[in-house]
Design a protein around this ligand. Sequence first.
Ligand code: PLP
Length: 481
Amino acid sequence: MKKTPLFLTNEKDAKDAYCRIIAQTANAVVASIADDSAYSGPTPQQLKELIKVDDILPKNGLGFQNVMECLSKQILPNFLRTSSTNYMAHLHCPATIESIAAELILSTFNQSMDSWDQSPVATEIELEVIKMLCSLYGFNYEQGADGVFTSGGSQSNQTAIILARDWFCSTKLNYDIKKHGLPENFRKLRMYTSKISHFSMEKTAHVLGLGYESVVKVPVDAQKRMDINILTSLIENDIKCGNIPFLVVATIGTTDFGSIDSVSKIAQICQRHNIWLHADAAYGSGVVLSEKYKNRIAGLDSCDSITVDFHKMFLQPISSSAVLVKNGSTFEALTIHVDYLNRTEDEEDGYTNLVDKSLQTTRRFDALKVWVAFQTRGKDGWSKIISTSMENADYLYEKLQKDDDFIVVTKPEISSVVFRLKGGDEINKKIRRKLIHEHGVVIGQTVSDNFVCLKFTLLNPLITHTKIDSLVELIRKLGKI
Ligand SMILES: Cc1ncc(COP(=O)(O)O)c(C=O)c1O
């Protein structure tokens, strides 16, 4: 058996093999999508059987053809098909075709974004994309705003929280955390975020040594937005008690409901108390591209930092996310010079080493996907994509509101609708399972006010009103079985 060349090099053999294998893979992927379902249906137990191979690390290699055959038969047909209009479970998007092409390029060249000499043109492109993003969200790059790509919303949030904590301790407590570790009174540090904000807040608080108790969860109002009056009194009471508020995280699109905290009002409170304001816009950041709806996220420019996630509304392959910071010098918290990677003289000579701003060292060139997808479809194309998914949510909400069999939790502000079929928790749970295993439909499930609810996360702009109508009818029918 002829060995597959190891790498794509300048050799003819290697180039031929690269083209053949990529084309063969593309054909196998295309062939595996044989209907419109989102999932082929197997249970976890059935999958364990289906994916069995003799030996994942056999003594002698099987050759790519054999591996591809196994992939085509056993694995590819059972992938979750995120581009199916029957998939609407999570903030987990289908990937645009041009971005998949960009993935191929960035994996082929395997650039690493930590230092310029590992990613010369990639570094320059990431810098340009960050500059464009700063302008998109109202941050002034020329006046020092900055940002960096991350592995996802959780890491973007974590990065912002670290910068906020270090900035606060340095400027307000005259204390250098980077050098000395946590200050003696660290148990008094407090960050505020809504009760339904993303769990990466607590996780980060734990990792930073501040603990869950440092995260004050602010109740939400009937629209699932952070209650501003309660936030104000919680901060004031904490100050009176000797606690130290250093950060508020506003959620611009909560994970389940897509509700948007009132960032302008929160900004006033933060300014009054000299507290960092971070916007977790992992979900809602995409709204900026909709001409029709962009006002819903107005005010992001009053924040100190913003999480922008491209692998949600922006329909990019995982991973692709960025954190933007109004005062880029705060990234210094993450800078550590090492002789082999990011020498100080590099910067002086105009070589940017992006590791200076990042929690990661080796890092993917995810900015390329945004560069490609934004240019490919332009403002018009993207406005239509985002507006369609938001209009679909409005349509579903209006429909369910008028239907006596259903209860809808809140009016959607972005593209998620949480609702339940009347009849109890068990019926709703059973419906979701039946949809997965018997109908190739994958929808979300969550809890609101102690009731199990179903959720449509309508990121996919190919979903039509007819599709929504038929799924609602299917849910009603399954509720009667
Ligand atoms: C509001 C919000 N923030 C942060 C995250 C975390 O993002 P990631 O999964 O990219 O880490 C999510 C994920 O759904 C989210 O909904």
